[in-house]
Structures are given as structure tokens and as C-alpha cells.
Design a protein. Structure first.
Ligand code: ADP
Length: 191
């Protein structure tokens, strides 16, 4: 099944985990803007240096940088049969740009999955992840900033996708397997 999916949800909702599982299930690549930035930061590239000055503070990387990166990645051969986009779009301008990128490729989105969870659960998960992974942007202050940006700029985007009939809302609380089953059931029901 070819699927062009966006997976949305607040930090700690389990987007990355579910994106990887869905990618395997659907046979399409999971594309995470956060992972691409982290790989560039680790590799010391020019993009990485620029990105880090924003990611380390929990701020969004400027749209022109992120948009160009996504356009390049989504246009690669392995994404021709579908993809799961994790971490993009994150603001209204990126929604417009994603539509343009896909229109230029002669295609469009099939579904947008929103994983939901309340802030106390998100904070508990992110604090645990901070202990395990030690991500530079998982400090208390930066976590709060990222969640605020999500509430202000990213969460409102789901209503636009709902109006287009693309949105599949899934409760992100529960065992990882259960949540994957819910997403797959939600996608099947939405077809
Ligand atoms: P999280 O969702 O936990 O904040 P991500 O791995 O998705 O983590 O993103 C890490 C950081 O990368 C973000 O805080 C932001 O600085 C940057 N980033 C990722 N995606 C985008 C995007 N679409 N637009 C701008 N910045 C982004």
C-alpha cells in the first residue's frame, strides 16, 4: 500500500517510535526532520552548525532551511512510493510548503495521523528519555519551550487537515504495540 503520511503530536507522544514501526509495516521510509538535523549536528556540517543554534534552545530552525531540506529528502527515489514524515510540518507556512513540494512531485498527502497525550504524561516520558538518551534539547527549560511551540504553532494545524478529511486522531497512551494497532486501524477505517 503506498502511503504518504504525516505523523503529528506533541514531544513525547511517541511519534518517532510509531513512525519507525509504521514505516516497516507499510514499506516506506520514515523521514524525521529532527533526526536529519541531529545527524548533521553530529557530522559537523554547515547545516548542522546552523541548526544547532536553534535546536539547542528548543526553537524552530528557520523555515527556508527546513523547507529546502524536506524538499530534497522527499524527492529522493526511496520516497517515490510513499513516506512517513515525522516533525514536519510544524507551522502554517510549512503546511503550505509541503503542499507545494508534493504538488511539484505530482502527488499529495494521503493521511495525517495525530497522536494525542496530555502534558503530565508527556513530561514524565520526556524526563525519562532525558535520563536515557541525554539529548541536548531535553532539559526542563527546553522541553517546556518545545511543548509551548507545539501548542501555539503546530497543534492548530490539525484542524486544517481535519477539514480536508485527512486527519486520523489516535490516543497515544498505552503499550507501543497497542498504539501501532490503533494507528493502523484508524488508517484502514479512513480509507
Ligand atoms: P521534538 O519533537 O522532541 O522536539 P524533533 O527531533 O522532532 O524533536 O526535533 C528536534 C528539533 O529540531 C526541534 O526542536 C527544532 O529545533 C528542529 N526541527 C525539527 N523539525 C523542524 C521543523 N519542521 N521546523 C523547524 N525546526 C524543526
Amino acid at each position: 500500500m503506498s502511503e504518504r503520511l504525516v505523523i503529528m503530536g506533541p514531544q513525547g507522544a511517541g511519534k518517532g517510535t510509531q513512525a519507525a514501526r509504521l514505516a516497516e509495516h507499510l514499506g516506506v521510509p520514515a523521514i524525521s526532520t529532527g533526526d536529519i538535523f541531529r545527524a548533521n549536528i553530529k557530522g559537523g556540517t554547515e547545516l548542522g552548525l546552523l541548526a544547532q543554534s536553534y535546536t539547542s534552545k528548543g526553537e524552530l530552525v528557520p523555515d527556508e532551511v527546513t523547507n529546502a531540506m524536506v524538499r530534497d529528502r522527499v524527492g529522493q527515489d526511496d520516497a517515490a512510493g510513499g513516506f512517513i514524515l515525522d516533525g514536519y510540518p510544524r507551522n502554517a507556512a510549512q503546511v503550505v510548503e509541503l503542499d507545494a513540494i508534493l504538488a511539484d512531485l505530482g502527488t499529495g498527502l494521503d493521511h495525517v495521523v495525530e497522536l494525542t497525550a496530555e502534558r503530565p504524561e508527556l513530561l514524565a516520558r520526556l524526563r525519562k528519555r532525558a535520563e536515557i538518551e541525554g539529548r541536548e534539547d531535553d532539559t526542563e527549560e527546553t522541553i517546556a519551550r518545545r511543548l509551548d511551540i507545539y501548542d501555539e504553532q503546530t497543534a492548530p494545524l490539525t484542524s486544517a487537515y481535519a477539514e480536508r478529511g485527512l486527519l486520523v486522531r489516535v490516543d497515544g497512551i498505552g503499550q507501543v504495540d497497542e498504539v501501532t494497532d490503533r494507528v493502523l486501524a484508524g488508517l484502514a477505517a479512513a480509507d
